[in-house]
Design a binder for this molecule. Structure first.
Ligand SMILES: Cc1cc2nc3c(=O)[nH]c(=O)nc-3n(C[C@H](O)[C@H](O)[C@H](O)COP(=O)(O)OP(=O)(O)OC[C@H]3O[C@@H](n4cnc5c(N)ncnc54)[C@H](O)[C@@H]3O)c2cc1C
Length: 385
């Protein structure tokens, strides 16, 4: 890819430290986690100790007072090593910033230090069995009862869902905001409460990533755990989804660059009567298209990261970044398998190619599918006239 001017020496140092930690502590174990579909809880404390969590949070809560670029470095190093089992970005860039932005002073004191040092593992529970893309169709309901909310509903495909200690749950509530339409709440739910049951989900891709269905049955959540304003949860969520889409674009872009580099190397290594696969014009053209898209995406994502540093991420730009980077990743993963011939589905190399393709498919679905991204982008087009 082309040189980037986003980072300084402090980021190079961080990159080396993160790479060292991942290579020594995580890479060797990750395969076992994929097979066992389980990530030991203690690894999150180690990640906290190694400074991989919540780097942009203020030092008073245990953060590092840095900016989003540190997260970008960490996400890129995780993606380059294919380590979906340790989604630090969920903790650092989605859950903790939401608590920091919307939380009361007491909530921040209570939850942020643990999220920073890994003693608390966070999760974000939006998706329900009958409504993933359609957030308006939520059925989970939080009824106000004295000093508590009583939460009922089912959330599914929740990352960190089985082992999380703190789950941010989005649910409908009694409080109407527009006419008589029920509003939403975001609740900070401690996982040990009565009325919560969890069940791991077996997946074909990203097997090391802990995903679960979480059921809430008359689960009492103290009203002091309301995050943000009662009734306005949906609006709070929309702001958080913009950051989430950018984070997922960064992750997909780094994965795409890794896969593309490996695919070019595999084509270069494959001998033919013409020389190597790269001596076939058709293959060079195909790789050139992928490389061109990937390079353009890199420039666009870096521009979005720069905007994010100024808190000026355009919601549409985040959708474009998520759409383009994840779709390019899926195209590259498809070609990575195809251009290896039978080796693309055989032995260890083939196993990795198939896993890459399935994992790439996850990325065009989670955090808002490509169809939903296109829909959101398309809705704003009339404003261009
Ligand atoms: C590994 C993994 C981790 C996840 N982690 C989390 C998490 O931590 N928290 C969480 O809340 N959720 C999580 N999810 C859920 C994820 O966000 C949803 O899967 C996603 O939003 C899609 O919802 P769905 O699966 O219900 O599909 P559906 O919404 O049922 O969609 C099915 C198909 O219809 C298409 N479609 C839907 N609506 C439209 C439309 N308006 N126009 C055109 N096409 C449409 C979709 O693109 C898709 O192709 C995770 C999912 C995965 C796979």
């Amino acid at each position: 890819m082309f040189p980037r001017d986003l980072f300084d020496d402090s980021h190079s140092l961080l990159r080396r430290q993160v790479a060292g930690f991942l290579d020594e502590e995580i890479v060797g174990l990750h395969r076992n986690w994929s097979q066992a579909r389980y990530v030991p809880r203690d690894i999150w404390r180690k990640a906290g100790e190694a400074g991989l969590l919540c780097r942009s949070l203020p030092a008073e809560y245990g953060g590092h007072g840095r900016d989003f670029r540190d997260s970008v470095v960490i996400i890129e190093e995780l993606a380059a090593r294919r380590l979906p089992g340790l989604p630090t970005y969920l903790q650092s860039d989605i859950v903790a910033p939401l608590v920091q932005r919307l939380g009361t002073a007491a909530q921040k004191q209570r939850f942020l230090p643990g999220l920073c040092d890994g003693n608390l593992l966070g999760a974000m529970a939006l998706t329900e069995p009958h409504s993933g893309s359609d957030l308006h169709a939520f059925r989970s309901f939080a009824r106000r009862d004295g000093d508590d909310f009583v939460l009922n509903g089912v959330k599914t495909h929740i990352s960190n869902g089985n082992s999380a200690d703190l789950i941010i749950v989005a649910a409908r509530c009694d409080k109407a905001i527009l006419g008589d339409q029920p509003g939403f709440v975001l609740l900070l739910v401690k996982a040990g409460r009565d009325g919560i049951s969890r069940k791991a989900i077996a997946k074909a891709g990203m097997q090391a990533l802990d995903t679960a269905t979480i059921t809430f049955e008359d689960c009492r959540v103290p009203a002091c755990n309301l995050l943000g304003q009662e009734g306005l949860g949906f609006m709070h969520l929309m702001q958080s989804l913009v950051a989430e889409r950018l984070v997922l674009a960064v992750f997909a872009q780094a994965s795409a660059e890794t896969l593309l580099r490996e695919t070019i190397a595999a084509c270069h290594a494959r001998q033919t009567s013409a020389g190597t696969l790269l001596d076939y014009q058709h293959i060079r053209f195909r790789l050139a298209d992928l490389y061109s898209d990937c390079s353009a995406n890199r420039a666009f994502v870096d521009q979005c990261i720069t905007a994010q540093l100024r808190n000026r991420t355009d919601p549409k730009a985040a959708c474009i970044a998520k759409l383009r980077c994840t779709e390019n990743l899926k195209d590259i993963a498809t070609q990575a398998l195809q251009l290896r011939g039978a080796a693309g589905i055989s032995e260890a190399e083939g196993e990795r190619c198939v896993a890459d393709l399935v994992d790439a498919s996850v990325q065009t679905i989670w955090g808002g599918s490509s169809e939903v991204m296109r829909d959101l982008i398309g809705r704003g087009l009339v404003n261009l006239l």
